[in-house]
Write a protein that binds this ligand. Structure first.
Ligand SMILES: C[S@@+](CC[C@H](N)C(=O)[O-])C[C@H]1O[C@@H](n2cnc3c(N)ncnc32)[C@H](O)[C@@H]1O
Length: 275
């Protein structure tokens, strides 16, 4: 009976987020969504999901905190360094043939991935030609990403991954340390636009030569994964690249036939024909 009540309350919360705020959470993997909603209930000292729903309905200023709590902005600079190495060796040479390069990084969390990419593009001499759109559905995450400030211990741990990714300097060359924080050079975001974009409800974003969307689809059910992948197929130029997370794939998606694998382990695919 208790479980049923939780499930009903979760449905009502999802409905409130959709009707009141236009956030479609109905296609998120249910178990992990439920855990995060229950985490919000505890974090805000509420008794049950119903109380959270009431606040979501009545208190519009509360929304950013709710989205932040649902968003799982867990990331790290140069996460899976072999993927960045593969981008450098298998994707950058093609990008170098374009006079201007559009990159869409969907689900940018606190910016760890976009700053990592910017560093490698800079070192490859490509950054000046790049326009990078870093998007997320959480305004709180985007605000953090714009600041480019990270705990110093994270930066130290990222140094090794940067080397493994084929970085040519030392990571410390790109930031200033202050107490237990580091601030990344503002120059790294001179060609980055941070913007709110929701993969569940928004449309095509740009004509991209490279799209990175790593560790986001894992939170979606199949239908929403397929929606996002169709959006990426529509947003890529012919010959454009798509990079997913190492636990994500597109083999069962309706758009799978539009892509060829470039590096299966690194989950890098190439759009072979227009959709
Ligand atoms: C685990 S982080 C991944 C960060 C980074 N891409 C990485 O691989 O390290 C997932 C991010 O996806 C974002 N996200 C979740 N649902 C989204 C949606 N519907 N549209 C856009 N971003 C979403 C979250 O806010 C979060 O920042």
């Amino acid at each position: 009976m208790e479980t049923d009540l939780d499930e009903i309350e979760l449905d009502l919360f999802i409905e409130a987020m959709r009707r009141r705020h236009g956030y479609d959470l109905g296609q998120y993997a249910r178990a992990s969504l439920k855990r995060r909603v229950q985490g919000l209930v505890r974090q805000h000292g509420l008794d049950h999901i119903g109380a959270l729903t009431a606040r979501v309905l009545r208190d519009t200023a509360f929304l950013p905190q709710v989205v932040e709590g649902l968003s799982v902005p867990v990331s790290e600079m140069f996460r899976d360094p072999f993927v960045f190495s593969a981008l450098r060796t298998q994707v950058f040479p093609t990008l170098a043939s374009y006079p201007s390069i559009n990159i869409w990084q969907a689900g940018c969390a606190h910016g760890e991935e976009v700053y990592s990419l910017a560093i490698l593009l800079e070192e490859a001499g490509l950054y000046e030609r790049c326009q990078i759109y870093a998007t997320d559905f959480s305004d709180a995450a985007l605000a953090r990403a714009r600041e480019g400030i990270f705990p110093a211990r994270e930066a130290r741990a990222a140094s090794l991954r940067y080397q493994q990714a084929g970085g040519g300097m030392t990571l410390a060359d790109y930031y200033h340390a202050r107490y237990d924080l580091v601030k990344l050079d503002a120059a790294l975001r001179r060609n980055v636009v941070f913007a709110n974009h929701n993969l569940a409800t928004d449309g095509v974003f740009c004509e991209a030569h490279l799209i990175l969307c790593r560790n986001v689809l894992i939170y979606f059910n199949n239908a929403l994964q397929n929606r996002a992948l169709a959006l990426f197929a529509d947003s890529l130029v012919r010959g454009g690249f798509l990079c997913l997370g190492t636990k994500e794939n597109l083999s069962t998606a309706p758009v799978a036939g539009n892509f060829a694998a470039v590096d299966r382990a690194a989950r890098i695919f190439r759009a072979m024909r227009p959709t």
